[in-house]
Design a protein around this ligand. Structure first.
Ligand SMILES: *Cc1c(COP(=O)(O)O)cnc(C)c1O
Length: 390
């Protein structure tokens, strides 16, 4: 695969991998199996399913599908994105060391520092973005570093980390595995495993499902031992995804390619509009030529997506405009068909604290938009009238 080309055959895989018609009835849409247990033919003789925490046919289909989209050997799905990230960390023990980006989805450092650090896993937070980021990761690696965890682009600053260069450093200098949170780009625009990452995680709650109607998370793997461990965690810890949610995501991914094309096209238009607006001080979007990692964005991703942040100048300005939006909904989350707008300092990144936010550059005037697939003229008109309230 050319590094930044769209993965070939993507839509076909999205619609067909794991989505084969039902053998029993020919149903084109995969059946939902709402069962907790399965009848066994004799002691030790069954059709591969025993108890639903261990496995479920709808879940098996989704796990096949998502592995095919990311180019992994297999995947395991969990009850939320956080449950998926937590499942990975069960591979690590007290005394292990993890290097991670200093600007992650707010829930990730909360899990790391408030839950796992207490279990003896050590975390080092570094700026993993740009050329310096690769050196920062290299400097932070230790003998006992087991994982490097990177989110690119970051939330909400849209900084990009060089997946290929960081993967090389991990594999040359340590035994650490590189895990990439690919939620913002989806496998349609970014294929971390093809760039050398060892695992990919997603909050399927966002673009993969795409309709703001179900939580979920996935880990896509490159090695059988990772899958073995995650299957064990599903069985042992039990934070599995319900068959109905699995079905929602199977349904959502069928339109992932066309949705992402529209998200990307509208994202570019909205970013340009904001960059030219007199009430907007600064725009953070990897598709703008003044973005510090614009060259990396073009090399590493095959689109720029629809996540945009901008600086409204102050908390009061942000509040004035957020009160006025009509089509854009003031809400947490992202990646749905509807445009969502949020205020990171008081919403997604409130748990990071004022000092933490200042260190990474999240201001009180920062606003984040997940551009949906409504008519882009309507989105722009809505933002324009709301910005005039400033
Ligand atoms: C939402 C999100 C998560 C957490 O996923 P949940 O499904 O809400 O648990 C993790 N990473 C990123 C980048 C996210 O946007």
């Amino acid at each position: 695969m050319k590094k930044n080309s769209k993965p070939s055959g993507f839509s076909t895989r999205a619609i067909h991998a794991g989505q084969e018609p039902d053998l029993e009835t020919g149903a084109v849409s995969p059946p939902i199996y709402p069962t907790s247990t399965y009848v066994q033919q004799a002691i030790g003789k069954n059709k591969g399913y025993e108890y639903a925490r261990v496995s479920n046919p709808t879940r098996t289909r989704l796990e096949k599908n998502l592995a095919a989209l990311e180019g992994g050997i297999a995947s395991r799905v969990f009850a939320s994105g956080m449950a998926a990230i937590n499942a990975i960390t069960t591979m690590y023990k007290s005394g292990d060391h993890v290097v991670c980006g200093n600007n992650l989805y707010g829930g990730t450092p909360r899990l790391f520092t408030q839950v796992l650090a207490g279990h003896g896993i050590e975390f080092a937070y570094v700026d993993t973005s740009g050329v310096e980021g690769v050196k920062n990761v290299e400097r932070a690696l230790r003998k006992n570093t087991r994982m490097v965890f990177v989110e690119t682009p970051t939330n909400p600053l849209m900084a990009l980390s060089d997946i290929q260069a960081i993967a090389r450093v991990c594999h040359r200098r340590s035994t650490a595995e590189l895990v990439v949170d690919n939620t913002f780009m989806s496998p349609y625009f970014q294929q971390p495993l093809a760039l050398g990452a060892d695992m990919v995680v997603h909050s399927t709650t966002k673009f993969l499902n795409g309709h703001s109607d179900g939580l979920g998370g996935v880990v896509v793997c490159t090695k059988p031992e990772q899958i073995e461990q995650l299957s064990f965690v599903q069985k042992a810890a039990g934070a599995i995804l319900s068959p109905f949610e699995c079905w929602l995501i199977l349904r959502g991914v069928k339109t992932l390619a066309v949705r992402m094309e529209q998200h990307d096209s509208s994202g570019r238009i909205v970013a340009k509009f904001l960059a030219g607006h007199k009430k907007v001080k600064r725009v953070f979007y990897p598709g703008l030529p003044d973005h510090p990692q614009y060259a990396l964005a073009k090399r590493q991703m095959s689109g720029f997506g629809s996540m945009i942040s901008f600086e409204a100048g102050s908390l009061s300005n942000a509040n004035k405009m957020l009160k006025k939006v009509r089509i854009c909904s003031l809400a947490e989350s992202l990646g749905g068909v509807e445009t969502l707008i949020s205020h990171p300092a008081t919403m997604t990144h409130a748990a990071v604290g004022k000092k933490g936010r200042k260190e990474i550059g999240i201001t009180d005037g920062m606003v984040r938009i997940s551009v949906g697939i409504e008519n882009v003229e309507d989105i722009i008109a809505d933002l324009d009238q709301a910005l005039h309230a400033i």
